[in-house]
Design a protein around this ligand. Structure first.
Ligand code: URA
Length: 243
């Protein structure tokens, strides 16, 4: 075929295609199957992206967690301690990690420190069932040792997903591990407590961990001053009166 003939053939194919597409357009078909205007299929998300997306409910977050083996704590636990309370709570308490009682019962803050936390919640005029309680870690570290940074890192997306699902109006971080996980702060707790900080637009109060208060009862007065800040702002921020 001569070059001139070839150009002629190409021009003819282009014209026929254009006419065909125009006829299709007039019939109401404004994209070609497989063409550039086809909606893109959803890209598979990474688990982390999904957890941070804010699209998961509390129950769905628990399902994604499954029988977790993501960090080295899983062989030591009896059961996962995910969280307890009102899924629409205005106030969320975040502790450190389950202890022996929590590991045995599957519920956070049920041991001695938990009983103190329940009294602290009641002291501000709320009931335990009205708030949500969870921990940075969902599994008990062996012998209640301090959580390690790799364990915190693998559990953190689940805490974030819990907070995004609940959308509380207030958060109370109990102790140094919760504070550093949430605020990424290295400042000592004594300098951070007693005031609200900003957690992505949610006021976050820092106070002592109830287990610390059991060991240092003279600090209970200080913790009570912190809790009074929650009490002071709860109704203003939630529109709900306290008892
Ligand atoms: N201490 C915590 O930080 N969390 C619990 O659930 C119990 C004790």
């Amino acid at each position: 075929m001569s070059p001139q003939h070839f150009r002629h053939e190409v021009a003819d194919v282009v014209k026929k295609t254009r006419d065909f597409l125009e006829a299709q357009r007039q019939l109401g078909l404004d994209f070609l199957p497989g063409g550039p205007e086809m909606p893109e299929p959803e890209k598979p998300r990474s688990e982390r992206e999904l957890l941070l997306s804010g699209t998961l409910t509390l129950q769905a977050t628990r399902q994604v967690l499954g029988e977790c083996t993501r960090c080295k704590l899983h062989p030591h636990r009896t059961q996962i301690v995910f969280g307890v309370g009102n899924p629409q709570a205005d106030l969320v308490f975040v502790g450190e990690a389950p202890g022996a009682d929590e590991d045995a019962q599957g519920e956070p803050f049920v041991g001695r420190a938990g009983q103190l936390l329940t009294r602290m919640i009641e002291a501000i005029g709320l009931r335990r069932e009205e708030v949500y309680i969870c921990n940075v870690l969902k599994c008990r570290p062996p012998n209640n040792r301090t959580p390690e940074s790799d364990e915190i890192a693998s559990c953190e997306p689940f805490l974030i997903a819990q907070l995004k699902a609940i959308k509380p109006k207030l958060i109370c971080a109990l102790g140094g591990i919760a504070v550093s996980a949430l605020l990424k702060a290295k400042t000592p707790l004594s300098k951070l407590r007693g005031k609200f900080h900003d957690y992505y637009g949610i006021p976050l109060l820092v106070t002592y961990h109830p287990a610390y208060l059991l060991r240092n009862p003279n600090e209970k007065k200080t913790a009570w001053q912190d809790l009074q800040l929650l009490q002071r702002d709860y109704t203003r921020l939630t529109g709900r009166p306290l008892r």
